[in-house]
Design a protein around this ligand. Structure first.
Ligand code: ZN
Length: 271
């Protein structure tokens, strides 16, 4: 039984001591690939670095996270944009001399008004700019959204017909919120540890209005560890508990969950 972890901060310092063992446990648990999102320019470097250590296993996604949109965000964006190869002759020469790992998506990007609205306007601008990259580069989006779904949907709507697709990561909303996001028909919901939490309404919400083919699996490690590891450092091997809970909720086998989510990931990320 194989699955893909579409969102794991494996480059984080939480994994500095034992990253190799974490990857080994992921492989043993059946995790066939891990996607790593960046959050700012510095983490683009660490994400690319870890991905270069695990070629064809770890894949990078580059972008500026909404909580990192603060002083200097325009410079950060410009630098990050430069990490996506272009088709110019100069770029071709560079990539022949220094083989570059190509990012598979733009992320994680989005809007987050949970803690503060101080950079509300800047967040909107930074998000829209990166949505334009997705259109230009035809890369999927890894989207983070907290307390800002209407604002986020309004921007996406303007580009929806030209966007190749993406993931609304760490979905924890209600039926109405799920329906609003699923209107973006090339987009899917990222489901992780929250599904297993005692008070989560996701086991009812998801089967009621989200077709299984619109779901992908994620950890958001080191955060969001599922029950029974809740509160611990999360890792890709722990997705097994999410698979079990999702299979119960949809009344299908774990095998079906793995097969369906993996084929959805391949469709959205074209890997
Ligand atoms: Zn994340």
């Amino acid at each position: 039984m194989n699955y893909i972890d579409t969102h794991c901060h494996l480059d984080g310092e939480e994994f500095a001591e034992d990253r190799e063992a974490v990857v080994q446990r992921a492989r043993e648990a059946g995790c066939s690939h891990i996607f790593l999102p960046a959050i700012d320019a510095a983490s683009c470097k660490t994400v690319l670095d870890v991905c270069s250590q695990y070629p064809s296993y770890c894949y990078p996604m580059l972008g500026l996270h909404p909580e990192e949109v603060k002083a200097g965000w325009r410079e950060q964006l410009a630098w990050i944009r430069g990490r996506f190869s272009d088709s110019s002759p100069q770029a071709a020469v560079i990539s022949r001399t220094v083989p570059m790992i190509q990012p598979i998506a733009i992320g994680e990007i989005g809007l987050d008004y949970y803690w503060s609205r101080e950079f509300e306007q800047e967040q909107l601008e930074a998000f829209e700019e990166q949505v334009k990259w997705a259109v230009e580069l035809q890369l999927p989006l890894m989207i983070h959204c907290r307390k800002a779904q209407n604002e986020l949907a309004a921007i996406l709507k303007r580009y929806a017909k030209d966007l190749p697709g993406g993931v609304f990561h760490c979905f924890t909303g209600n039926e109405q919120e799920a329906r609003q996001l699923l209107e973006f028909d090339r987009f899917v919901l990222g489901i992780g540890g929250v599904l297993t939490f005692k008070k989560s309404h996701l086991p009812e919400v998801l089967p009621a209005c989200v077709p299984l083919e619109r779901i992908v699996l994620e950890t958001d490690a080191p955060y969001m560890a599922p029950v029974p590891q809740r509160g611990q450092r999360n890792e890709s091997a722990f997705i097994r508990h999410v698979i079990t809970r999702l299979a119960e909720a949809y009344g299908v086998t774990e095998e079906v969950i793995c097969q369906q989510t993996t084929s959805t990931v391949k469709r959205v990320f074209r890997i």
